[in-house]
Design a protein around this ligand. Structure first.
Ligand SMILES: [Zn+2]
Length: 371
């Protein structure tokens, strides 16, 4: 079965790490839409040769990879599966595999903890959305979560269409027809409301041919209407796969607009010297202090730095000893560390695409709850 992002339990994963900071966890992301059969082999060879000098880690890596490869051999691709994510460590007896209906890029990373950044990104981008497909007498209501249809309901009503009955005037026919359509739309709107509230839908797309999709809005309560991100024109008999991808595009576009809005908020707060932080050090500290309401991160930003094994302070650059407590440090991608801290504290993360202003500010920033 395809996994829901919610079931990956990113918070739990963010709490998993090797207490001695050894490179003992393997994280594997595989693009299943265009599977590169040689990818795993290539990365395995590279990582093996790097780990060779450390016998313990090398042995752990070989055994972990063996488990992963056995899993890959025996598991088959699910219908609609686009990605596969595995976190594993032999020495910690740790193995998790998730089949996803969402695309991921190939990655094999060996680190002291599961590499969760791509999952955090997917969670930010693919929120659960509701989709209503309708014309004036048929409707399908979907809840789409993590790239898969989690819930579906069909409705249809026989509405007199083109043919009026003998003796009925055109005006009367039109009146009756309009009444029946309205009745149908009201019915649909009640189902929509109930389902979408029950399934914690955050965004809604309305689709279909003609006018019914516009008319439906008149019957929806404000709390539902305010979640509509787009209304799209599609044939009622459009295949489900294509319908969902079209709706997904609308949702991703809305997500991009939201992240731009949040960037503007960050800039305004900084200008007013208000509730905002930026830069690795300040943002990292604020995340650890639980001050951040929304963490903003440049999408592909990585920076080499250190983390203190004792007090967990982290910053860019190279340091053998922690400047605050003189503890031992290890080398990390500071951005990934900030993401892990944020997940542990249930902080919402917004990944921002190619934004020069955010890059200028150090690639990370945050809106604060308090200062
Ligand atoms: Zn320290």
């Amino acid at each position: 079965m395809l996994a829901d992002l919610k079931n990956i339990g990113i918070k739990g994963l963010s709490e998993v790490y090797d207490s001695e900071s050894r490179d003992s966890y393997v994280s594997l992301y595989l693009n299943m839409e265009s599977l590169d059969n040689k990818f795993v082999e290539r990365r395995k060879k590279t990582c093996s040769s790097v780990l060779k000098e450390n016998r313990e880690l090398s042995e752990n890596f070989e055994k972990t990879m063996q488990t992963i490869e056995e899993y890959l051999d025996k598991s088959s691709r699910e219908k609609g599966q686009k990605g596969l994510v595995i976190f594993a460590s032999n020495m910690h007896g740790f193995f998790r595999a998730y089949k996803l209906g969402l695309p991921v890029e190939n990655l094999l990373i060996v680190d002291s903890s599961p590499y969760i950044r791509p999952v955090a990104r997917l969670i930010d981008e693919y929120e659960t959305f509701g989709l209503v497909l309708l014309d004036s007498q048929r409707a399908k209501i979907y809840v789409v979560s993590s790239g898969r249809i989690g819930y579906k309901k069909k409705k249809a009503k026989d509405i007199m269409n083109r043919h009026k009955k003998g003796g009925m005037s055109q005006a009367r026919f039109q009146r009756l027809r309009k009444g029946a359509v309205n009745h149908f739309l009201k019915d649909v709107s009640e189902d929509v409301k109930k389902l979408f509230l029950n399934h914690d839908v955050v965004k809604i797309v309305i689709a279909g041919p003609g006018n019914a999709k516009i008319m439906l809005k008149n019957f929806l309560p404000d709390e539902i209407k305010s979640k509509i991100v787009d209304t799209i024109d599609v044939d009622f008999d459009e295949t489900e796969g294509r319908l969902v991808s079209k709706a997904e595009e609308a949702v991703l576009k809305d997500e991009k607009e939201t992240s731009e809005k949040n960037m503007s908020r960050l800039k305004e707060e900084i200008l007013r010297n208000g509730l905002a932080v930026y830069g690795l050090k300040e943002t990292g500290d604020a995340v650890r202090n639980g001050q951040i309401e929304l963490l903003l991160i440049s999408k592909d930003y990585k920076i080499r730095g250190w983390i203190c094994e004792k007090c967990q302070a982290a910053d860019a650059g190279v340091k053998n000893r922690c400047p605050y407590c003189d503890g031992r440090t290890s080398e990390v991608d500071v951005v990934e560390e900030i993401i892990e801290f944020a997940e542990r504290a249930d902080t919402k993360i917004e990944f921002v695409e190619d934004n020069p202003a955010l890059k200028e500010l150090g690639g990370v920033g945050g809106l604060l709850r308090f200062k």
